[in-house]
Design a protein around this ligand. Structure first.
Ligand SMILES: *Cc1c(COP(=O)(O)O)cnc(C)c1O
Length: 384
């Protein structure tokens, strides 16, 4: 928290707006839409709910296909199952770790030949990195398939000067506790299609028809964001830019503290993007470094430092057994490789310089390269 959130919470208590609607919700939506540069936004209870609403708005239903990035958190694809549709997973490419345009083309060509094109493509921007949106948009336009951009992790990132999450028919963001800004739990659905966002607002409020009695013609959901939490969101939005600075700083420190080690490759930053570096992630080439990921993870665990593997690709999850999957190249499964060789380092905005130094030291100890060049570690508020 930035410390100023209490103001809007107090205001909500004072005016007794303790409900999933109210002035903070309305203001948060307007302020958010302005901040990312879209015509309309709907504040909802989670990023998952926002994806679900986007699929419902695109009339995704039983037996439809939906394409989705395979290297992601399960929340990207769960709503496909809620709608009774069939996910088809698309591999990553090495430059961005995100959806491979060449795998996407292959999947589209095959689906086109079968006369069974997907109803939507869910493109995920992982760890704050934008996907190659120009290429992906071109492919989707060719086949006239709408894009849902899962920008849960990439709020604050820009791709070619434009805000990540605003490229598709719909974009979704998350304010879960672990995201770059948070309302404890919450999400946002955005679009330039104001009519669609209004329809989403209707669906997210139990789809109540305009009648004085309670009348319902379609299935609705209870997906609105609390007016208390929207107050937190308004203040968090004000500190987004500084959160991005902090996370980029954290990345710089890790980079300078570790990049000299053999076989280490940090997630690259895609050309013409400025990413939020939500998490600092890297891969370890076991042959070059002589260090295995599991050994590294064990050493961190011993030090009580939480270091996590990269997301397990969804096409390898028991939940999605039997689903179609398109690799980057026939013998090049990029997401599986990233899962086997990748780790995420502690990257919270509250991380202190001393804590980061402890992570770097533990990392270097495993490589038997204990010397840290402290002169690199003088960066803004993370000065140590
Ligand atoms: C966090 C996350 C979500 C879901 O957001 P919630 O608000 O937790 O429902 C979806 N996709 C990705 C990639 C995420 O990281």
């Amino acid at each position: 928290m930035s410390g100023k959130e209490q103001h809007y919470i107090n205001e909500a208590f004072r005016t007794n707006w303790i409900a999933p609607l109210g002035p903070n919700v309305d203001a948060f939506e307007v302020e958010f839409a302005k901040a990312v540069g879209v015509k309309a936004a709907l504040a909802v209870s989670s990023g998952t709910a926002a994806i679900h609403l986007a699929l419902a708005l695109l009339n995704v239903s039983n037996g439809d296909k939906v394409f989705c990035s395979t290297l992601t958190f399960v929340a990207s694809a769960n709503p496909i199952l809620y709608q009774g549709a069939d996910p088809v997973f698309i591999d990553s490419e090495p430059d961005s770790w995100n959806m491979s345009p060449q795998a996407l083309i292959k999947a589209m060509q095959e689906a086109g030949r079968e006369g069974n094109l997907p109803k939507a493509v869910i493109v995920v921007n992982l760890y704050g990195q934008s996907s190659k949106m120009d290429e992906i948009i071109e492919i989707c336009n060719t086949y006239d398939v709408p894009i849902i951009e899962d920008a849960a992790e990439s709020l604050g990132t820009t791709y070619k000067g434009r805000v990540s999450g605003t490229f598709g028919e719909f974009g979704i963001y998350s304010f879960n506790g672990n995201k770059i800004i948070t309302t404890s739990g919450g999400g946002m659905l955005v679009s330039d299609n104001t009519e669609a966002i209004n329809k989403a607002r209707f669906l997210a409020s139990q789809a109540r028809d305009p009648a004085p009695h309670y009348q319902h013609s379609v299935t609705g959901y209870n997906y609105r964001l609390s007016n208390l939490l929207a107050g937190v969101g308004r203040t968090q939005l004000e500190v987004l830019a500084s959160r991005v600075e902090t996370r980029r700083n954290i990345f710089e420190i890790y980079y300078h503290g570790l990049a000299d080690l053999p076989g280490i490759n940090f997630m690259p930053e895609l050309e013409n993007t400025r990413m939020n570096r939500w998490l600092t992630t890297l891969t370890i080439n076991e042959a070059e470094s002589g260090v295995t990921v599991s050994r590294l993870l064990k050493s961190f665990e011993k030090e009580n430092i939480e270091v996590r593997p990269v997301w397990k690709p969804l096409h390898t999850q028991p939940l999605f057994q039997g689903c179609q999957y398109y690799p980057h190249e026939e013998n090049n499964h990029v997401a599986e490789h990233l899962f086997k060789s990748g780790i995420c380092l502690p990257s919270g905005s509250g991380l202190t310089g001393e804590e980061q130094l402890r992570v770097i030291k533990c990392f270097r100890d495993v490589f038997n390269k204990t010397i840290i060049n402290r002169s690199y570690l003088i960066l803004g508020k993370h000065e140590v």
